[in-house]
Design a binder for this molecule. Structure first.
Ligand SMILES: [Zn+2]
Length: 124
């Protein structure tokens, strides 16, 4: 993979996508605790629709921002394939260049495997 951006910028961009993705799922799953709190605290009926709309709109905006996130490595959409007809919000790697969200961890695990291989070579 060739890139004009540094590894640090790519890692920061991937971290931003990871955080955004976590918040999107968090807001979506907040429905369950909100539902329980609604039952426990006997919230007045006139508040039901505004709270529900607030939750739905905030999730929708977060989902759109997350969906149209740009990959820091290839600058295409991270969760959408080039022509925008194919998308996958569950993917953990860019649909265009294949860079994983846990880019740093993969790289460090490769380095440790390589280091272990070197250790074995040195023993033999
Ligand atoms: Zn990419």
């Amino acid at each position: 993979m060739t890139s004009t951006r540094s590894d640090k910028q790519i890692k920061a961009g991937l971290h931003r996508i990871k955080v955004l993705r976590a918040w999107t799922w968090g807001v979506w799953l907040a429905f369950l605790p909100l539902f329980f709190l609604y039952g426990i605290f006997q919230i007045p009926g006139w508040l039901t629709i505004p709270i529900g709309l607030l939750w739905l709109c905030s999730w929708f905006v977060m989902a759109l921002i997350s969906l149209f996130s740009r990959c820091p490595a290839c600058h295409n959409f991270f969760f959408l394939k080039g022509n925008l007809l194919f998308g996958n919000v569950f993917t953990r790697k860019c649909l265009n260049c294949g860079i994983p969200l846990n880019y740093r961890e993969k790289k460090s695990s490769k380095d440790s495997v390589k280091a272990n291989g070197d250790v074995h070579k040195n023993i033999n």
